[in-house]
Ligand binder design. Structure first.
Ligand code: HSE
Length: 439
């Protein structure tokens, strides 16, 4: 039977949940004109009914337990905005058991449990959509699964964590310290409830897990992503990079070559001439390089209430449109036929090749550079340029900045171990990969 009145239940009324209720209200007429459907939020669940909220929930059935909501309500679409993974997974599995279609913004849920969720949804003939799980308002999931479906994708590189991009941008522009800028990001509702997920790169790695699977047709495998955060990035590195013609960005990269697939999340020096170097604040951007379309770029708000709600509601609308014409979902969960999703070799980070920015704190005395370059020479690492940042007196500690030519990471790891053992080298060496993003 066709269905033009779509009943929705929402679990989680934080920044995104409130945004979804507001957006469905604000744009009700526009959505009706576009879809012919009326979307009714019938029930919601959240921990505390009386908490001050930016949305009106007066005429909506309220539950403190999402499972209670699922047991008591008959809905078409269950929208999971609880976040985290264990509780969210149980609730979503229960919702699928009840044959409710699923919309989620939960990247951890999809990256860690997507395979199981998809299996159950196939048995129960339900859709599971997750556009808002990556890059907030930017419609990157649908673009890869649908708009670029005629292409072989070669690589994808993106700024997909708004909090880290906000921190790096603000530190460079205002000279404020890391913690002050992080506090601002929390106040603005960009950061995760545990902000170490943002800063440590875990959030971006969840998102890259999803992107890599839909780009290359590989199973979701969070553990195969190499992850570094921005904890070690100092204002002096941001300024040094600028002097060299680069901006430091926290990038998520998935690249397919004849050797295998690279999956990595870490800070990078990006040439200032690249569009990604100019993506600032909480904005996200993703470049997709594919064989027929060539490079395409997607840019927009990576977090925020209405911005993320825009992606959630677009998924709700997709399902509503299908229900209204009594059609089954046509695009598979990962954009590849389910029986075609297959493992491919994932390269170890030590096997990738890159140029590197290195900051080494050394005692300022004759012969120091010779000692360092001798070790690099032994490992066939060639130096492209050197900056000595402070012209201090002899015998004090100064930072020197080196840029290498393209080398194998394993060689660099071995060289840095030896260099860090030199008596004249103080502190851990700061090492940041350089990504030209040109091929
Ligand atoms: N904490 C995330 C970010 C929110 O900063 O990008 C959107 O996923």
């Amino acid at each position: 039977m066709k269905n033009n009145k779509i009943k929705i239940g929402i679990a989680g009324l934080g920044t995104v949940g409130s945004g979804v209720i507001n957006l469905l209200n604000n744009n009700k007429d526009e959505i009706l004109k576009r879809t012919g459907c009326e979307f009714l939020v019938q029930c919601v669940s959240a921990r505390n009914k009386d908490k001050a909220r930016s949305c009106d929930i007066n005429n909506i059935n309220f539950y403190t337990d999402p499972v209670d909501m699922l047991e008591n309500e008959k809905i078409d679409i269950f929208v999971e905005l609880i976040g985290g993974n264990d509780i969210a997974k149980n609730v979503v599995m229960r919702a699928i058991e009840k044959k409710f279609h699923i919309v989620t913004a939960n990247k951890a849920l999809i990256a860690l449990h997507g395979t199981k969720i998809n299996q159950l949804s196939l048995e129960k003939n339900c859709s599971v959509l997750y556009e808002a799980s990556v890059a907030g308002a930017v419609p990157i999931i649908k673009v890869i699964k649908e708009s670029l479906s005629a292409n072989k994708i070669q690589w994808i590189a993106g700024i997909i964590n708004g909090t880290t991009n906000y921190i790096l941008t603000e530190m460079l522009l205002s000279g404020k310290n890391f913690n002050d800028v992080l506090d601002e990001a929390k106040e603005l509702g960009y950061a995760e409830s545990d902000p170490t997920f943002d800063i440590g790169g875990i959030d971006a790695a969840h998102k890259l897990t999803i992107l890599a699977s839909i780009c290359f047709g590989i199973p979701l495998n969070y553990d195969s992503v190499y992850v570094e955060g921005i904890e070690d990035i100092d204002l002096q590195d941001l300024n040094n990079a600028m002097e060299l013609g680069y901006t430091i960005k926290h990038l998520a990269i998935a690249r397919k070559s004849k050797y295998g697939i690279e999956l990595r999340v870490h800070p990078c020096l990006v040439p200032n001439s690249r569009l990604l170097a100019n993506v600032n604040g909480v904005k996200n951007a993703v470049v997709v390089n594919s064989d027929a379309a060539g490079p395409t770029l997607y840019y927009g708000a990576g977090a925020g209430s209405l911005a993320t709600a825009s992606s959630v509601v677009s998924d709700i609308i997709d399902i509503g449109r299908n229900l209204s014409i009594n059609s089954k979902k046509s695009t598979p969960f990962l954009g590849y036929m389910n029986n075609m999703v297959a493992e491919q070799e994932i390269l170890k980070i030590s096997n990738i090749e890159s140029r590197y920015y290195l900051r080494i704190k050394v005692t300022n005395k004759p012969g120091v550079l010779a000692d360092i370059t001798k070790i690099f020479g032994k490992k066939t690492i060639s130096i492209e340029s050197i900056l000595q940042k402070e012209e201090n007196e002899k015998d004090v500690n100064v930072p020197i900045v080196l840029v290498t030519h393209k080398i194998k990471e394993q060689n660099l790891i071995e060289a840095l171990l030896e260099i860090e053992n030199l008596e004249v080298v103080k502190d851990k060496i700061i090492r940041i990969r350089i990504e030209e993003l040109d091929s």
